[in-house]
Write a protein that binds this ligand. Structure first.
Ligand code: ARG
Length: 460
């Protein structure tokens, strides 16, 4: 008979059983579930709600189950529906009567909420560590490429020259945003819902603060309905995960472009690429493509849970059981992607000459030519036009700006002097952009130091 079978005349139909159960995904949180139960029982004992003998039997029994589960010695059963009733059933099997007292003053609704809060906090910490690794890899590569010139793009057209370090530091900033989102998500999940009961608290004098402190929570939830029906922390998690995947996906898209023969900026390590079954010459950036592709399923989880929640009346509804599958799928996907991406990134070879060549290609110094004229007293709008006319002239002659003679320059405006060549050199275009956040090596060096400091301030 079911743990809740008292008022029923028969067991659920097999189809219902299979439809309703969630043990396959729920078994992933046996650790949190059992630790939560140990804290609950300990508190019940301290409050005199359970006898010392029963409390000890329960705590020892639960520790035994935990140990066996960690060693893969427990088989969870679909019949017991979910992880909560699996653990409770097993406890009763093992210790008898005392086991039947564990669920005093508790509902599966606040129990699952507790487990959920704990799994989200655990996952946030794991992801923060992975993001930190990735940022460290990016920072050390950036440090090594402060002077590696490359084109900066807008509209995927050559725009202005930058450095590889500067480009990579943009991603460091994005992944720092992500770390703050996961830190926030962890704070959102950091409230202890046990004691909310099914929805309306309980008549037992539970010491909720005690349970919170036993489990390492910094506060308790303050409304029993919210305690069992809140899934915002999952949505915060999925939203943070979606943003991180979006950042990874954009990065992957660039790496895919950069290793094409059109760009040829980088070479992927052979261990992080794959071949073709028909075309012998192929070396494909599968890892980057797959990460880009998996972004869709993480967005899917976010939209899935937002949609599942949108019409639910307070408080607990079974719809919410969908939360865990979406959460675990997104969390696994993100963690896997972060680990593989970081490993792949560490092995990339950069073709510095090719990048520098491209940095000068496409008139990336045309803005600097206009700025040169402005510094000589010409209004920016006129300077912009003159520089544009020079570009058009170069295109018609198959030249670049630095190829033009001083006479050619002067035929567009007599103010041009021999110092124009220095003003539009690659070194000047990059090196003189030396304000905070700009690509000059000195400025990027400061950004790196600043990012390292911010990275070291995360504790998880
Ligand atoms: N398996 C359920 C879930 O994941 C636990 C809570 C069930 N509560 C209930 N009254 N059926 O949401």
């Amino acid at each position: 008979m079911k743990l809740w079978g008292g008022r029923f005349s028969k067991d659920p139909d097999q189809m219902v059983l299979e439809f309703d159960e969630c043990i396959e995904i729920g078994n992933r949180m046996y650790e949190q579930d059992i630790l939560g139960s140990i804290a609950h029982a300990t508190m019940l004992g301290a409050q005199g709600i359970l006898s010392e003998e029963d409390t000890n039997a329960i705590v020892n029994g639960l520790n035994g189950i935990l140990e066996d589960a960690r060693n893969g010695k427990v088989t969870w059963s679909v019949d017991a529906e979910d992880i909560h009733m699996n653990v409770e059933t097993l406890l009763i099997e093992r210790i008898g009567e005392a086991g039947k007292r564990l669920h005093t003053g508790r509902s599966r609704n606040d129990q699952v909420a507790l487990d959920n809060h704990m799994i989200v906090m655990d996952a946030c910490r794991e992801i923060l560590a992975l993001l930190k690794d990735l940022n460290e890899a990016l920072l050390s590569t950036a440090e090594a490429h402060l002077n590696t010139a490359m084109p900066g793009y807008t509209h995927l057209q050559h725009a202005q020259p930058i450095t590889l370090a500067h480009h990579l530091m943009a991603y460091v900033e994005m992944f720092l945003h992500d770390m703050r989102h996961f830190e926030f998500t962890c704070e959102q999940a950091d409230e202890m819902p046990l004691g909310s009961g099914a929805l309306a608290g309980t008549t037992y004098s539970l010491d909720r603060e005690r349970v919170a402190s036993l489990l390492g929570f910094s506060r308790i939830t303050m409304n029993s309905l919210d305690g069992v029906s809140n899934r915002d922390y999952f949505i915060d998690f999925l939203s943070a995960a979606s943003l991180t995947m979006m950042h990874l996906s954009r990065f992957c898209e660039e790496l895919i472009l950069w290793c094409s023969s059109e760009f040829a900026f980088i070479e992927m390590d052979d261990a992080f690429a794959t071949g073709s079954s028909i075309m012998p010459q192929k070396k494909n950036p599968d890892v980057a493509e797959l990460i880009r592709g998996k972004t869709g399923r993480v967005y899917g989880a976010l939209i899935g849970l937002l949609t599942a929640m949108k019409g639910l009346p307070l408080s607990y509804n079974k719809d919410m059981q969908e939360d865990k599958e979406l959460f675990y799928d997104a969390s696994d996907t993100l963690q896997h992607c972060l680990a593989v991406f970081t490993a792949m990134f560490r092995k990339i070879t950069y073709r510095k000459e090719r990048m520098a060549e491209a940095a000068m290609d496409g008139f990336t110094n045309a803005t600097d030519c206009a700025d040169y004229l402005v510094k000589k007293g010409i209004a920016f709008r006129d300077a912009h036009r003159i520089s544009g006319e020079l570009v058009a002239y170069c295109i018609s002659k198959g030249k670049i700006l630095s190829d033009l003679s001083l006479d050619e320059y002067r035929s567009f405006n007599p103010i041009f002097d021999a110092d124009i060549y220095d003003a539009i050199s690659l070194e000047t275009c990059i090196g003189k952009r030396n304000i905070p956040g700009a690509p000059a090596p000195e400025a990027v060096h400061s950004s790196i130091e600043n990012a390292k400091k911010r990275l070291s301030m995360f504790s998880f």
